[in-house]
Design a protein around this ligand. Structure first.
Ligand code: ADP
Ligand code: MG
Ligand code: ZN
Length: 505
């Protein structure tokens, strides 16, 4: 049976008859400069096979050395997940052949992961939290990437495959939850919230950019059903390729409905990996699941055990950042914005940008306004997410500062922002290069005002007779003449003075 023809039970009927059990395996690609066991760079998007060496492509005799920065990141993730940190943990070889894995084994950890027995209190949209227990967080190395050419990009129907080993050996931390039970109908929502919380957590630790779209955070969703009232777990499937939070929710829900239909028809669930199809939100059968015995795990003989100094671990614990969702709640109170506004800010990825802009010295109100209006429009018209827009919070703060100081008008500052986004450099440099500063020289402005009044005698007459509103046209002309570089309020004062009126604002 293919996924397209799988029969699905209605969600309400699933919940009436079954209790879902879930388990999440989340792979976090660490943002270290170099790989887990060699000095190769890890930058995303390089030419295929340009970031490789004898160690990460598994040439005979090459010896791995563990990356200290990766170990530190793993310990910090473990601590943030309330895990115990093991005094001595070993790397292990997980033996299997796959073309994107040139050594024929993956260096991972087996029965003594560096972090174990933790939990995370996952914030849900209704303001409550759901505690998910963490079984382990262990270190391992990533595999390379296969590229299937011809056909649909899947291996089936491809004419040939290409291999890129740039990713082989990039450090990963795999976070594995204990079975999540008792969620009932909220299972898909909780799965999504959990992965979102893990993503936000590792981002807040600064250990990974945690981009699901680029694969730096990857989630395998294990799902099984048990009949209501049963005490033993059912057989699970493990859905891979779930590349967004929304997909996590859809995949869990789909598996629940698919498995329920099979169970209700008297069938059995096959323990297997399944692939999530982004396009139609279905899953399809992958490979039958190996058991750990099949991998012939054994201790990695080329690497010493990892034995973090307890004092160092305590130091890392003491410097953990505030949990990102608690921080957000605090910020929301500080800013005094509604839940709805806050949710919008979170959804467009603006919160951290606004905070960073405020931290760089801008008033929070101005920081918020820049990111949610002008910069959001720019992101939108360039079809990128706000955080991917090529301008940094510190640069935005600089622009806000220049507006506050009267050096730039808002309009000019926006022009500078566009130039920054287009890669022209730092704000101050752009202002200098383009001579964009507001014209402060009254004599230059006075000349422009006199010229505009002379060119519009009828309007000048109206202003003189007391129609102050008519000054708007003259101010507009002066702004145009100065290419927007005048302060409109000052121009208005000069216009009214020229017409012997004294403007009071
Ligand atoms: P594997 O190596 O097979 O991927 P792991 O132990 O790494 O196994 O992860 C299995 C995941 O599935 C864990 O998150 C675990 O809690 C979860 N799990 C185990 N049994 C079930 C079950 N019956 N239904 C749903 N999830 C399960
Ligand atoms: Mg696993
Ligand atoms: Zn290498």
């Amino acid at each position: 049976m293919t996924s397209a023809t799988a029969s699905l039970l209605d969600y309400d009927d699933v919940i009436a008859a079954f209790d879902p059990v879930m388990g999440m395996e989340v792979h976090v690609e660490l943002g270290t400069a170099t790989k887990m066991f060699c000095g190769c760079p890890t930058a995303f998007g390089a030419e295929p096979n340009t970031q490789v060496c004898p160690v990460c492509i598994g040439l005979p005799g090459a010896l791995p050395v563990a990356n200290a920065a990766a170990i530190e990141s793993a310990v910090r993730i473990g601590l943030a997940l309330n895990c115990s940190i093991r005094a001595s943990s070993q790397f292990a070889r997980k033996n299997y052949f796959y073309p994107d894995q040139p050594k024929n084994y993956q260096i991972s950890q087996y029965d003594d992961p560096i972090a174990y027995d933790g939990y995370i209190d996952v914030p849900l949209t209704d303001g409550t939290t759901w505690r998910v227990e963490i079984e382990r967080a262990h270190m391992e190395e990533d595999t390379g990437k296969s590229l299937h050419i011809g056909g649909t990009g899947r291996i089936h129907g491809a004419s040939h495959s290409l291999l890129d080993y740039n990713r082989a050996g990039v450090p990963l931390v795999e976070i594995v939850t204990r079975p999540i039970t008792g969620t009932g109908e909220r299972a898909p929502e909780i799965a999504r919230a959990l992965v979102g919380a893990l993503r936000d957590l590792v981002k807040s630790l600064g250990v990974s950019d945690a981009r699901m779209d680029q694969g730096s955070l990857r989630c395998d969703a294990n799902v099984s059903l048990m009949a209501r009232g049963a005490t033993e777990f059912g057989t699970r499937t493990e859905t891979k390729n779930v590349n967004s939070l929304k997909s996590v929710e859809i995949a869990v829900r789909y598996e629940m409905c698919r498995q329920a239909a099979i169970l209700q028809a008297g069938g059995e669930i096959t323990q297997e990996t399944r692939h999530f199809q982004e396009a139609d939100g279905t899953t399809s059968a992958g490979r039958r699941k190996e058991t750990s015995d099949d991998y012939r795990y054994f201790p990695e003989p080329d690497l010493a055990p990892v034995q973090p100094d307890p004092a160092w671990v305590e130091q890392l614990r003491a410097t953990l950042p505030e949990l990102p969702w608690l921080r957000r709640a605090r910020i929301q109170t500080e800013w005094g914005v509604s839940d709805e506004v806050m949710r919008d800010l979170i959804n467009v990825g603006a919160v951290d940008l606004i905070i960073a802009t405020a931290d760089a010295g801008a008033p929070p109100e101005a920081a918020r306004s820049w990111w949610v209006s002008f910069l959001a429009q720019q992101a939108n018209s360039r079809s990128v997410e706000l955080p991917e827009l090529a301008i940094r919070p510190a640069q935005v703060a600089t622009l806000i500062g220049l507006v506050e100081a009267g050096t730039l008008t808002t309009k000019l500052a926006q022009q500078v922002a566009l130039a920054v986004i287009d890669g022209e450099g730092e704000p101050e440099q752009i202002v200098a290069d383009r001579a964009l500063e507001v014209v402060r020289d009254d004599s230059a402005l006075q000349a422009a005002v006199d010229q505009a009044l002379a060119a519009n005698p009828d309007i000048a007459e109206k202003i003189r007779s007391g129609k102050v509103a008519a000054a708007g046209k003259i101010v507009g002309d002066v702004m145009k003449a100065t290419r927007g570089q005048a302060d409109p309020a000052r121009v208005k004062e000069l216009v009214l003075a020229a017409c012997s009126l004294h403007h009071r604002s």
